[in-house]
Design a protein around this ligand. Structure first.
Ligand code: ADP
Length: 491
C-alpha cells in the first residue's frame, strides 16, 4: 500500500492531508516537527514526503538535505506559504520534486500527490528495467567467459572457421596437437595459418563443409593419429556460416587396434593352412577316392566340409581386413577397363547365380575411360557386392550391374530385387561383423566383413559407397570413383 508522510507544524494542515489523502486509499502518517519526521523516515519506507518548509526547530530545508542523504530516491513535495514561493524554488533546486502553496484545495493536493506517485511508479519501473538489463549483461558476460574457459581447458582440439575459411577460434589443445610453434592468428585464412604439408588434405576437407557435409577423417601429424570431426555451422535460414573442427588424439586406440589386428592376422594365418588341408581331405573322402561313402557318411562329411568352408571364408576375410587396416591396399595402380573387369566378375559368379536361377546382367552407359585403380582390390569390391546381391535375393530374382559416368565420378551400381534391408539396419551394415538377423537371413552364411572391406577399399581409392534399400523390394549399392583424380593418375 502506498504510504505518505506529512511533516508540518500546523495541525490543521496535517489533519486536512490525512483526511483528503486517506479517502484516496493511501496510508498517511504525520509528524509535527522536522525531528519527528526524520525519526519516522528512519523507521518506515515511505513512498512520498509532504514537507513544510517553515517549521520551528529543524527547518524544512534542513530536513530536505538530510532526506537526500538518507533516502535519495524518496520523492519530496514541499508545502509552502505565499510568501515563500522563492524558497520553494530553492527547495526544488535542492532536490524536491514539486511544491504546493498553502492554502490549497483538496483537489490541488490530490493532483500534486497523484503526479508525484506516478513519477515514483515510473522511477520504480525504470529501476527495475535497469536492474534486469544489468543482470542480463552480467549473465551474458558470465556465459561467455564460462564457454571460453571450457573450450580453453578441453583436451580435444577445437578450431572454428568462418565460411571463407578465416580462423575464428581455437584452443591450446589444437595448437599442441597440430605441433604448431605459435597459435594460428585469428582472422587469417586457414591455409596461411596452418602451414603444414600433412594438413593440406585436412584443410581441404574443412573447406568441403561449405557443401554442408559433416566429415570424419584421420589425420597423422608428427607420429600422432588424430581423428578430425568437421561439421558445418548453419545460420537460422540454414545457410553455412562456417565450420567447427574437433580433433581427438586416437594414437593410443590406434596402437591397441593395431595390436589386435596383428594378433588376429597371426592367428588367422596359422589356422588357414591346416583348415585348407582339412577341407581338401574331406573333399577327397567325399569324392569316394578312398572307398565308397554311404549316404549317412556323405551327409555328415558334407556338413563338415560346409562348416570348414565357412571358417576358411571368415579367415580369408579377417586376413583381408587386417591387410587393409595395416595399409596394404591400393598397392598396384594401373589403368583398368572397368567393363572388362565387371565382365570377369560376372563370369566368376555366374555359377552361383545360375544355381539360384538368378538373372545376372551387366550394362554400360556411354563410353567409359580406363580408370586408374588396384585391379585386385576393385575386383574384390565387386565380387563382394554381386555375391551379396545373389545371396540376399530369392530364387528367380535378378542382379544387375550398371556402369556409367555421373558428373566427375564413375558410378557402378549393383542392384537386386531381393529381400532388401530395413531402415534400422541400413546405417549399421558397413560395421565390422554386423549381420542382419531375421527369418530371411537365418539360413544365409556370411562373416559380416564383406561390406566393411568394400568400404575401406573404395575409400582408399578416394571414392564413396552408398546404399539405397527397401525391404521386400531390393537393394542398390553404388560405388563412386572420382574421375578427375583417376585421369591424373593420383589415386
Ligand atoms: P555378410 O558376410 O553377412 O554378407 P556383409 O558385410 O557383406 O556381410 O553384409 C552385411 C549385412 O548386410 C549382411 O549380413 C546382410 O544382412 C546385409 N546385406 C548386404 N548386402 C545385401 C543385399 N544385397 N541385400 C540385402 N541385404 C544385404
Amino acid at each position: 500500500m502506498t504510504s505518505i508522510l506529512v511533516v508540518d507544524d500546523e495541525k490543521i494542515i496535517r489533519d486536512g492531508c490525512t483526511r483528503i489523502l486517506g479517502k484516496e486509499g493511501w496510508a498517511v502518517q504525520t509528524a509535527g516537527s522536522g525531528e519527528d519526521g526524520l525519526r519516522l523516515l528512519q523507521q518506515e519506507p515511505f513512498d512520498l514526503l509532504l514537507l513544510d518548509l517553515k517549521m520551528p526547530g529543524l527547518s524544512g530545508m534542513e530536513v530536505l538535505q538530510r532526506v537526500k542523504d538518507l533516502r535519495p530516491e524518496l520523492l519530496v513535495v514541499i508545502i509552502t506559504g505565499y510568501a515563500t514561493v522563492e524558497s520553494a524554488v530553492e527547495a526544488m533546486k535542492a532536490g524536491a520534486y514539486d511544491f504546493i502553496s498553502k492554502p490549497f484545495l483538496p483537489d490541488q493536493l490530490r493532483i500534486v500527490v497523484r503526479r508525484a506517485l506516478e513519477k515514483k511508479a515510473l522511477q520504480r519501473e525504470a529501476d527495475h528495467l535497469r536492474q534486469e538489463r544489468e543482470k542480463g549483461l552480467r549473465e551474458i558476460a558470465g556465459e561467455k567467459s564460462k564457454i571460453k574457459t571450457i573450450i580453453h581447458c578441453m583436451a580435444d582440439g577445437v578450431l572454428v572457421t568462418d565460411h571463407e575459411g578465416h580462423v575464428v577460434l581455437h584452443n591450446p589443445a589444437l595448437v599442441k596437437m597440430l605441433k604448431m610453434e605459435t597459435s594460428p592468428p585469428l582472422g587469417h585464412l586457414l591455409d596461411a595459418a596452418i602451414r603444414n604439408d600433412c594438413l593440406g588434405e585436412f584443410v581441404k576437407r574443412i573447406r568441403e563443409t561449405k557443401e554442408g557435409k559433416t566429415i570424419s577423417q584421420e589425420v597423422v601429424v608428427g607420429g600422432l593419429t588424430l581423428m578430425a570431426h568437421i561439421a558445418p555451422v548453419r545460420g537460422e535460414e540454414g545457410e553455412i556460416l562456417g565450420a567447427v573442427t574437433v580433433l581427438r588424439d586416437v594414437s593410443m586406440l590406434k596402437a591397441m587396434d593395431q595390436m589386435k589386428s596383428d594378433f588376429v592376422a597371426m592367428v588367422s594365418h596359422e589356422l588357414r593352412a591346416p583348415l585348407a588341408s582339412v577341407e581338401q581331405q574331406l573333399s577327397v573322402v567325399l569324392a569316394g577316392i578312398l572307398g565308397e561313402v554311404n549316404s549317412r557318411q556323405n551327409e555328415m562329411l558334407g556338413r563338415a566340409k560346409q562348416r570348414t568352408h565357412a571358417l576358411l571364408a571368415l579367415i580369408n576375410d579377417l586376413l583381408d581386413m587386417s591387410k587393409i587396416e595395416a595399409g596394404f591396399v591400393v598397392q598396384h595402380k594401373e589403368p583398368v577397363e572397368i567393363s572388362a573387369m565387371l565382365e570377369k566378375v560376372v563370369e566368376i559368379l555366374k555359377p552361383q547365380a545360375e544355381a539360384k536361377n538368378i538373372a545376372l546382367t551387366l550394362s554400360a552407359v556411354g563410353v567409359l575411360p580406363p580408370v586408374m585403380m588396384d585391379r585386385g582390390n576393385m575386383e574384390e569390391v565387386f565380387i563382394n557386392l554381386v555375391s551379396n546381391g545373389i545371396k540376399y535375393t530369392p530364387e528367380k530374382g535378378s542382379v544387375n550391374l550398371l556402369v556409367r559416368i555421373q558428373g566427375s565420378h564413375l558410378c557402378v551400381e549393383v542392384g537386386d530385387n531381393g529381400i532388401g534391408i530395413s531402415p534400422e539396419d541400413l546405417p549399421r551394415i558397413f560395421d565390422k561383423f554386423y549381420r542382419v538377423k531375421n527369418v530371411q537371413t537365418r539360413k544365409i552364411t556370411g562373416t559380416g566383413l564383406g561390406l566393411p572391406i568394400v568400404q575401406k577399399i573404395v575409400e582408399a581409392h578416394l571414392g564413396t559407397v552408398e546404399v539405397e534399400s527397401q525391404p521386400g523390394v531390393g537393394s542398390k549399392f553404388r560405388v563412386y570413383l572420382p574421375l578427375g583424380l583417376v585421369a591424373k593418375g593420383e589415386v
